[in-house]
Design a protein around this ligand. Structure first.
Ligand code: G3P
Ligand code: CA
Length: 266
């Protein structure tokens, strides 16, 4: 195995089986564990706030019901986003960091406040349903936190990711200096990703690990075209071995401690 060390990103906070996803407590724990970066999904509330929730509906990850997009921020703020999780410590006092809704603003504040070097991957969910509003709000949030025009000395670096090429185009139009990741689960027809071509100036390809398994030529093609590759979601030995063999640039995982331990032993 070579000396190459990929960046390690905590997927949805990286709590996996231990901590509830997309909670501040999970993200802070991942930073404490020594990850290079954090991955976060964002969706719009009815009143136009960006919240860190993966699913379209609230049912799986909170005590609420219904679609995120039909609720206001105040309604979502009254819900519990942690107790559903098997790893939630039932015997302890309520832990706000593990139960409170996380918004993009709260996450950006926490990342800034941590004083650490952090790479934040923001994934916009379903941009086409809301016109350009999701991307507009992301760029506005980045501006508020001084992150829309990256500076080399800034410890915080943001990259925007999407499965939708349209979202990448909108980010590029509004904040051309923000790097973007084109996520792919199945190779899209006509885009040329299998030959390493990415749409709308995307710098990084984000293939799912199942795709990397089934297409051994994909990572070499991406690299030959001058792009980086961040692979998701790498949670076991076999997949980690595979992506290390390919010398990918980033590993997105629900189990950051497992990945960091393996890299430390190399
Ligand atoms: O990092 C990309 C990955 O998060 C995409 O899948 O469904 O977990 O958002 P999903
Ligand atoms: Ca995601």
């Amino acid at each position: 195995m070579s000396e190459h060390r990929p960046l390690v990103f905590a997927h949805r906070g990286g709590g996996g089986d231990e901590l509830p996803e997309h909670t501040l407590g999970a993200y802070l724990q991942a930073l404490e564990d020594g990850v290079d970066g954090l991955e976060c999904d964002v969706r719009l509330t009815r009143d136009g706030h960006l919240v860190c929730v993966h699913d379209r509906r609230l049912d799986r990850t909170s005590n609420g019901r219904g679609r995120v997009s039909t609720k206001t921020l105040a309604e979502l703020d009254s819900l519990d986003f942690g107790s559903w999780h098997p790893g939630y410590p039932v015997d302890e006092e309520p832990l706000p960091d593990l139960t409170r809704l996380l918004t993009l603003d709260r996450l950006l504040e926490a990342v800034r406040g941590s004083g650490r070097q952090v790479r934040l991957l923001i994934e916009t969910k379903h941009p086409s349903r809301y016109g350009a509003e999701v991307e507009r709000r992301v760029v506005r949030a980045l501006r508020r936190h001084g992150l829309a025009e990256p500076r080399p000395d800034d410890p915080v670096r943001v990259t925007v990711m999407s499965f939708a090429a349209l979202a990448l185009r909108r980010i590029r139009a509004q904040a051309p200096a923000i790097p973007t990741v084109y996520l792919v689960e199945i190779l899209p027809p006509g885009v040329g990703v299998s030959r390493g071509r990415l749409p709308f100036g995307a710098r990084i390809a984000g293939p799912g690990v199942a795709l990397v398994r089934s297409r051994p030529g994909l990572i070499p093609a991406i690299r030959a075209a001058g792009h980086e590759a961040y692979v998701w979601t790498v949670n076991d030995e076999a997949d980690l071995d595979l992506v290390l063999k390919h010398e990918v640039d980033g590993v997105i995982t629900d189990r950051p401690r497992f990945v960091l331990d393996r890299l430390a032993k190399m």
